[in-house]
Design a protein around this ligand. Structure first.
Ligand SMILES: [Fe+2]
Length: 302
């Protein structure tokens, strides 16, 4: 079974990457990494960067980068994809260089979300110096817990969930079911939370959603100090950035967080105190309440 270790990076498309440079540094407190290729790179730990923002015709999440342990794991992943009849594209040397990894492939999940599987991520040991004084982001030892989590739209929820669990080897963490419509015949929407081989409660969740032009529901970043959540909330208010959800504490991962708008049109969850799990003998849960308190959602022009 494939052994995915973490959600290492995302590639975001933007009509104006400079908006992300401003938002990423001044609001999120990430460090801008100088580049000469027209893209914006944002750093939060010993990894060269966690967010790459590339100029494009639209604003959307383009790729989630999933980390494999080593070259043997990478070869095994390709063999398992072939055996499962799933197409993938070999990443070029130039692309691997720009991702700061030793090798990668690109593929799509059954709902059309694009992903990369890579091995050999570089550490540059460049000191993380937050322009907003954030002491650190929770990313584990050498960044091995990944940058946070992603919630992606899945028009084909069951098939997409099976792709991540049966083919990519993700483990189930939790399942929730929402029923927003007053129509009793509306089946509602499912939400599958999954973990990879690190203690973070979930690195990926899939939300049943037929149409999502920005290819992402939200991304999550985790700081190590609760006051940094408060300071960020103050910066968001001062900048007039829409709050997508008020401060609250989630049930399943215990995250104390709020959600804000981003320049891409999906949301950013900014939180702390997420659970770190021991998966040995873990029984996946079904949760009927998303938050213990707070998290009043306020979808901008939804
Ligand atoms: Fe989240």
């Amino acid at each position: 079974m494939m052994d995915v270790r973490s959600l290492g990076y995302v590639v975001i498309e933007s009509t104006d990457p400079s908006e992300w440079q401003d938002y990423g540094t001044n609001i999120l407190g990430l460090m801008n990494v100088p580049s000469d290729d027209g893209s914006v790179y944002l750093k939060m730990d010993q990894r060269p960067y966690r967010f790459a923002i590339v100029k494009a015709e639209q604003n959307r999440l383009r790729y989630c980068g999933w980390e494999l342990a080593d070259e043997a794991g990478f070869k095994q992943a390709k063999e398992e994809l072939q055996a499962a009849g799933i197409d993938f594209t070999e990443g070029s040397a130039a692309r691997a260089k720009s991702r700061r990894v030793r090798g990668l492939i690109q593929l799509q999940d059954p709902s059309g979300n694009e992903l990369e599987l890579y091995w050999g991520a570089e550490l540059d040991y460049g000191k993380f110096i937050s322009p907003r004084g954030i002491s650190g982001f929770e990313t584990g030892f050498n960044g091995d817990m990944g940058f946070g989590h992603a919630v992606l739209p899945a028009s084909k929820l069951a098939e997409t969930h099976a792709f991540y669990t049966d083919v990519l080897g993700f483990g189930d963490s939790d399942y929730m079911h929402f029923h927003f419509s007053p129509d009793p015949n509306d089946p509602g929407q499912g939400l599958n939370f999954m973990h990879v081989n690190n203690p973070r409660h979930h690195s990926l969740a899939l939300y049943e959603d037929a149409v999502n032009p920005v290819a992402c529901v939200h991304l999550m970043l985790e700081v190590t100090d609760v006051d940094e959540v408060g300071y960020c909330l103050d910066r968001v208010h001062a900048a007039g950035i829409p709050i997508v959800s008020s401060l609250g504490r989630h049930t399943n991962d215990n995250m104390l967080s709020f959600y804000m708008a981003t320049p891409a049109g999906f949301a950013m969850e900014f939180g702390t105190d997420g659970l770190q799990m021991n998966w040995e003998g873990f029984t996946p849960t079904v949760t009927s309440l998303p938050s213990l308190w707070g998290h009043k959602f306020n979808m901008p022009d939804a």
